[in-house]
Write a protein that binds this ligand. Sequence first.
Ligand code: NAD
Length: 287
Amino acid sequence: MSQRFAVAGAGTMGAGIAYVAAGSGYEVTLVEIDEARGRAAVDGIRDWARKAVERGRSTSEEAAATLERLRLVTEFTDVDPEPAVFVEAVPERPELKHQVLAAAEQLRPELLASNTSSISIDSLAARLEAPERFCGLHFFNPVYAMALLEIVIGDKTSDASREAALAVARRLGKEPVVVRDSPGFATSRLGNALGLEAIRMLESGVASAADIDKAMSLGYRHPMGPLELSDVVGLDVRLDIARSLQAAYGDRFEPPRTLIDLVAQGKLGKKSGQGFYTWVDGKKVEG
Ligand code: NAD
């Protein structure tokens, strides 16, 4: 079996998936069309590896070996064919995902997967030549810290691919849940319902962002409130997911005006330094 693992898109998620896969012994190729973003992702991965050593979670030899197993390219033609796994983690736009999956399929991966948060796996499979090899592998942010891997099984996903996906989860040290394909799966549908409603509550002046978040952290023991979590996920990502859930389920997932406006202003949350909160060096500024 091939030890190669390919990832398309070196954003928040692709970088995290590539880091965890390289740390699990796979030879990883990360395909990113935007060279600057690719370089930033590699810098971020180096930072994670350095911090893992500082915190005693890995040795400096292991961290160095992880980084050596990682390669960044800008073209699909630079990816070695027949990887064990190919995961796409490009933005949540169906047409872009179709294009990237079609290009990935030409490399004949044993398992082809999408990290989509909300788009139906069956709809993505519809244009594939080998839909039986395809499933959703939905990772969570930050990938190195989050235990969950949601495996999404489409109508055409074969039993062998389901088993392969479970084996990948085990090798990456993740806890899998297997869900049947439906838009938003188990996690994004519920998570977005909460996040969008919190934004509507903020808009109608029910409470401040900090108090809405505090209510859920203390009242329901959520590790972070829905507005802070939206900032961490990325408000552009939240908006794309809301639009795709609105198309599937109707206006109960309509994106609130505040979310649309913040994204239009480039206020994308933690990654841009401003969202519902202000962020400096990746830390939320209290006040
Ligand atoms: P992102 O915007 O941070 O990163 C996407 C990257 O893909 C960008 O660097 C972009 O330049 C690159 N890209 C675009 N077109 C490409 C192409 N043709 N080939 C190669 N690279 C290309 O997005 P993200 O937050 O990492 O989200 C990626 C996917 O993961 C989305 O489907 C999203 O819904 C899903 N997801 C996101 C989160 C989250 O918390 N952010 C969690 C789980 C799943």
